[in-house]
Design a binder for this molecule. Structure first.
Ligand code: 6R9
Length: 659
């Protein structure tokens, strides 16, 4: 579908779905009037609103008296700055005395169906304390960084919370990233310790992970210890003096209770690298007080989490969704969070529904790309299982097209469950716009309205708000507690990426429109970021991986529409002089990108191009490349500044050859 027809199909979407009446009386937010009252209060008196909210949701060692002391022009963002707290204490310790001690905190379902572990709050608390002791023995101190490169195993959550307990920052690197990506991230944050695993179990295969860690550590002088989880029972090579097994460390008899560090609200909690439109991925920094307040708050508003619920977010903890809505949000609320190691399609395309049935999941949060892929497999798979425990469905990562929305609603939601389409970003820490499941009337494809505290707007290139139904830049005009506090050790990039173009506002990089009812429709990135299956990839990153191959002289990467992934990667490659085009070279270039960044960055299409459409000043005209990759050959716009307009026809011929 072309961009234009996608927008048109969304513009024509007029169906409305009312919130369920059953269960409304027990919900955290019971009606649209209640939402509106909360919203108004949060805009009239943000400090009062958030101070109340944080005192209701969290336990502070020292209560904050200040709300926000921020200035988005500078930019400087601070929340609750005179308060002290500990994130792990809030996620664990306090639940030992509030009646939840023996409640399941994490239900872990491994890829093999018989691999299940349940951690009560007491058990998780004990494991986290033990690993906190291990980290301390390894010399990790408050403020230090610990890199976590792990599959979806319980040790990942344990390690995160152990870091939070001792005031160290974790930097999680998705296990699908390559050794080079891991190395770059460790080098940037100068981690002292790396926690990894021997291997990853994925779709029935055992994929070694430790060799990637070893490769990465060849040039990471700051890392003195590497702790290895034995997931697959494989013989990972261990470097003596540096590498130890997780189980051996945890069996030591000098481990025990570790006093949670009293952190200032503005002390750092974690770094998470995410792709931008230029250069290497940036280390988005989140702090303790504001972030935890924000994820705990949105957990209630958006998912209506209640004490007896089993909640399942299918994301990987390597992405922000897993940080905020598998670990910190659910546990801060004393909830039960299901963590799944496997994939949706293995051993069969009903794996998710089988798990819903097995654990009687009540709240289910996944991505549109998953819905589209499972939709293809047919409804039979959904009918094999009892999914009547479900009560709220969620979506995240990219715009959900109305067809996928309807399928989700009908076949997973029995034509009655609310779908919360949640718009947010790594940088925002938590959900920014979303329906409230028992209050908001839904429109398929719209993330509806901003949550309390969020002043979202659509502005033109001058920063002026546009009229209803006109597209523009999605910005946030007031600080909120969960927003990023910086790009790790790069204040200039922090400022220029988010706060420079529209003074006094946070620039999201997304395009959106707001309809006549105040509902937002997010269209996707306006910058050079591609969203592949809900994962952000910078075009610049992939281009630099391609040109690092000796056969490549120049590369330009764009997103092309993809039925299941939303977007996929299309690369135009100009070869170095004397290099022959060949199918083998295409395979080699794909392998090269996988090695440099990871499998998710591997281009779906590679087109050899003798020349790229450049302006006379030498800039690549990407919009032309995007159109060609989308198979649209007549909407190029103004091409009069091109140095050689004939290039376009050659590229169109090339497109027909490969597609
Ligand atoms: C949470 C997460 C952020 C980008 C964001 C936008 C896209 C996420 C969306 C959505 C439309 C939604 N996005 N949720 N677009 N509707 N409900 O995904 O973070 O990985 O940083 O990606 O994803 O384009 O800017 P992150």
């Amino acid at each position: 579908m072309s961009e234009q027809s996608k927008i048109q199909s969304m513009m024509q979407e007029k169906r409305l779905f009312e919130p369920p009446t059953e269960g409304q009386d027990k919900a955290w937010v019971k009606s649209i009037d209640e939402y509106e009252a909360l919203y108004k209060q949060s805009m009239d008196d943000p400090d009062g609103f958030w101070l109340n909210r944080t005192k209701d949701l969290l336990t502070w060692f020292k209560d904050p008296t200040k709300g926000s002391t921020s200035d988005l022009n500078k930019p400087e963002v601070k929340w609750f700055e005179d308060g002290t707290l500990n994130v792990a204490y809030n996620c664990l310790d306090r639940h030992l005395t509030d009646g939840r001690r023996n409640k399941a905190a994490i239900i872990w379902q491994g890829e093999p169906d018989e691999d299940v572990k349940v951690y009560t709050y007491q058990m998780l608390h004990d494991e986290v304390n033990k690993f906190a002791s291990v980290l301390k023995k390894k010399g990790v101190k408050r403020g230090d960084r610990v890199a976590l490169y792990l599959p979806m195993v319980p040790e990942l959550s344990i390690a995160m919370l152990a870091c939070a307990r001792i005031g160290a920052m974790h930097s999680i690197v998705f296990a699908g990233f390559s050794a080079m990506s891991l190395q770059n991230r460790i080098q940037d944050c100068e981690a002292k310790v790396l926690v990894t695993a021997d291997a990853v179990l994925r779709a029935g295969r055992t994929i070694p992970l430790k060799p990637n860690a070893d490769e990465a550590l060849k040039d990471c002088p700051t890392v003195s210890s590497c702790v290895v989880v034995n997931r697959a029972g494989s013989d990972a090579p261990m470097q003596s003096g540096r590498d130890t097994w997780w189980n051996d460390e945890m069996a030591a008899d000098d481990l025990g209770f570790v006093e949670p560090e009293k952190m200032n609200a503005e002390d750092n909690l974690f770094i998470l690298y995410t792709s931008g439109s230029t250069g290497k991925p940036k280390g988005v920094v989140h702090t303790t007080g504001g972030y935890l307040t924000y994820v705990a708050s949105t957990m209630q508003y958006v998912f209506d989490m209640q004490d007896n619920d089993v909640y399942w977010c299918t994301a990987d903890i390597g992405w922000v969704t897993g940080h905020s809505y598998i670990v910190y949000g659910p546990l801060a609320n004393g909830g039960t969070s299901l963590m799944f190691e496997g994939v949706p399609s293995y051993p069969a395309p009903d794996r998710f529904w089988q798990i819903v049935d097995k654990f009687k999941v009540n709240i289910f949060y996944t991505a549109p790309t998953v819905i589209r892929a499972l939709m293809r497999e047919g409804v039979e798979w959904t009918q094999k299982h009892d999914m009547s425990s479900l009560r709220v469905l969620g979506s995240v990562g990219e715009p959900i097209n109305p067809e996928a929305w309807m399928w989700y609603h009908e076949h997973i939601g029995a034509s009655k469950l609310p779908i919360v389409d949640t718009w947010w970003q790594t940088e925002t820490g938590g959900i920014m716009m979303s329906p409230m499941p028992y209050a908001t009337t839904l429109k398929p494809g719209s993330c509806t309205r901003p949550l309390p505290g969020i002043d979202a707007a659509i502005v033109d290139s001058e920063g002026v708000e546009v009229p209803a139904n006109e597209g523009g830049n999605l910005v946030i005009r007031k600080p909120w507690p969960g927003m990023l506090r910086g790009v790790y050790r790069n204040p200039d990039r922090y400022k220029s990426t988010y706060f420079e173009r529209f003074p006094g506002m946070y620039e999201s990089g997304d395009g959106a429109r707001r309809d006549e009812d105040g509902y937002f429709w997010v269209m996707g990135r306006l910058d050079d970021v591609i969203n592949v299956s809900g994962h952000r990839m910078g075009t610049a990153e992939i281009e630099s991986a391609l040109v690092s191959h000796p056969a490549v002289a120049e590369a330009a990467v764009v997103g092309m529409p993809h039925d299941i992934k939303g977007e996929s990667i299309y690369a135009y490659v100009t070869l170095s002089a004397g290099i022959e085009e060949s199918d083998e070279l295409i395979v080699e270039l794909r392998t090269h990108v996988r090695k440099e960044i990871g499998p998710i960055a591997s281009p779906e299409a590679i087109q050899f191009a003798e020349g790229l459409p450049k302006t006379r000043s030498g800039k690549i005209m990407r919009r032309v490349l995007r159109k060609i990759a989308a198979g649209v050959f007549d909407e190029f716009g103004d091409t009069s500044t091109l140095a050689d307009p004939a290039v376009i026809d050659v590229l169109i011929d090339g497109y027909h050859e490969i597609m």
